[in-house]
Design a protein around this ligand. Structure first.
Ligand code: ZN
Length: 70
């Protein structure tokens, strides 16, 4: 995907359920990724599997969303 950039960084946080931070993904975020070279992000399990591959990325289950994590 190209384009975008600084969009979508400030969305409404009134919603109790966090959605995946990946562009175009509306799944419920179940994992918070701590990326050493970038901001931490909340992603769905599917994206977490992809993004957590590089060394140093820590996938931490989000409280209350353990059921989303296989
Ligand atoms: Zn996702």
């Amino acid at each position: 995907m190209t384009g975008g950039g600084e969009a979508d960084s400030r969305t409404d946080r009134a919603d109790a359920r966090t959605t995946c931070d990946e562009p175009g993904c509306e799944n419920v975020a179940a994992v918070r990724l701590h990326v050493p070279w970038a901001d931490e992000r909340a992603v769905c399990p599917a994206h977490a599997r992809v993004l957590a591959r590089p060394d140093g990325v820590v996938a931490e289950p989000i409280e209350g969303a353990e059921g989303e994590w296989p």
